[in-house]
Design a binder for this molecule. Structure first.
Ligand SMILES: [Zn+2]
Length: 439
């Protein structure tokens, strides 16, 4: 792939004006441009990015992410095309007039060339995702990494009458990045897309959980790139709910395309390429542990099972065919999702939220050679004792960690007795010394 196509493009005042007009048009055009779907979510604007200026994006792994405004979301889908499920995803997006970015596996493109052309015909952006989706991509030799990247691009281009329809966007399989892969992609002028949040839709979880995670994690960041998989049946089932909730919560969909000489990058300052507040845009000093993605081969991809439709919110409209079909097949009526409604606190949550008991509610056996500091019980500093067993386990009310008042052979943290709190019949917890053994 030639990198020159995307290099050295700068906005002129005329194109900025045009883009502004386009953005205005897009912002109010949902009903007009989404025939038959007056309540569609729509695509609020198109963001043009220059991969060479911002070669790696997505705060899950990188310092920068797309220059989105608050409540703007970019939808991305990996691993397709897989005819059945990818087609349903395309239909759901079309019904909402939403544009997304698809990261294609070369092998899948070879097997389903019509599927690739469908993405393009629907106006979505397509990037690549290696030829074979090797799960140990980051550990492969550099030449194999290059081969996987190059072949994935070639296989995808081969399906297109206009190879320029392939954007210089790439996502690491399983988000397994490596210096070798990043260097090769940068040399090609290709932008690496990590993500800002996941919805765990490759795991064996109900579609309702995918929906919950997508919305909850988006709410936590306020904007960003959502990573989904269009080959997954549970994603097909969850997507209508996700889109409905995005609209209900005032989120807007942004479509991302690469800059070209004819279409310069949307102006955005360096600070806009970072998430806010600043605490979130500090460069990470180590690579986070990436979840193990399960790449579902076509033959391994299962049809949605009843648990996939388990606890969807009954108040949401059932517009999507997969969900409607599940209903017709006798899937039990959904119960309200545990989120965003108030959920019963878990044991651990209770531990965190319970008030700190006063010293007087504890009775200390005479044999314990320790005295407790009345307040504040949970304040610990670097030179204090480590948390007690109960705190670490989260299985009981936190027990104060004795501080410098501890005497004798218990004066050091590693010699402290392990304590547990037991609630007595009268409701007053008491500290019992469980063991005095050395660790
Ligand atoms: Zn993948």
């Amino acid at each position: 792939m030639s990198g020159s196509r995307w290099a050295g493009v700068w906005p002129s005042s005329l194109t900025v004006l045009c883009l502004g007009v386009l953005a205005l048009h897009a912002g109010r055009a949902t009903a007009e441009t989404c025939p038959g779907h007056p309540d569609a979510l729509g695509t609020s604007r198109t963001l043009v990015v220059d991969p060479r200026e911002h070669p790696r994006i997505g705060t899950m792994q990188y310092r920068e992410t797309l220059p989105l405004r608050d409540h703007e979301v970019v939808l991305t889908f990996d691993d397709g095309p897989l005819p059945k499920n990818s087609s349903q995803v395309l239909q759901i997006l079309a019904d909402q007039c939403v544009k997304a970015t698809f990261f294609i596996i070369g092998q899948q493109a070879r097997a389903n060339p019509d599927g690739v052309r469908k993405y393009v015909a629907e106006g979505h952006t397509i990037g690549t995702h290696t030829q074979n989706h090797p799960l140990a991509f980051q550990r492969m030799p550099a030449d194999r990494i290059k081969q996987e990247i190059d072949q994935g691009i070639e296989s995808t281009k081969a399906t297109l009458s206009d190879p320029a329809a392939l954007a210089p966007f790439f996502r690491m399989p399983g988000l397994n990045r490596s210096d070798a892969a990043e260097d090769h992609l940068a040399s090609l002028g290709i932008q690496v897309w990590s993500a800002d949040f996941l919805a765990d839709d490759w795991r064996r979880i109900p579609a309702s959980r995918v929906y919950e995670l997508a919305i909850k994690r988006l709410e936590a960041k306020g904007k960003g790139i959502l990573l989904l998989h269009d080959i997954q049946a549970r994603t097909v089932a969850a997507l209508p709910w996700i889109l409905h909730e995005l609209k209900a919560r005032g989120y807007r969909i942004v479509h991302v395309v690469p800059a070209t000489p004819a279409q310069p990058a949307t102006p955005a300052g360096p600070e806009q390429w970072q998430l806010h507040p600043p605490s979130e845009n500090v460069a990470i000093s180590h690579w986070p542990r990436i979840p193990t993605f399960i790449y579902a081969h076509p033959e391994a991809d299962a049809a949605p099972a009843p648990p996939d439709f388990g606890t969807l919110d009954a108040s949401l409209p059932l517009s999507a065919e997969p969900i409607a079909r599940a209903r017709r097949h006798g899937v039990p009526p959904p119960e309200p999702a545990s989120w965003p409604y108030p959920a019963a606190s878990s044991t651990q949550d209770s531990v965190v939220s319970l008030p700190v008991p006063a010293a007087t509610v504890f009775s200390i056996p005479e044999t314990a050679r320790a005295t407790l500091q009345p307040f504040p019980f949970l304040r610990r500093h670097a030179d204090d004792q480590p948390a007690t067993t109960a705190e670490v386990k989260g299985d009981a009310t936190p027990v104060p960690a004795p501080r410098r008042q501890v005497r004798g052979r218990f004066a050091h943290g590693r010699h402290l007795p392990q304590r547990r709190v037991h609630a007595e019949a009268g409701g007053r917890p008491t500290v019992r010394i469980a063991t005095l053994r050395r660790r």
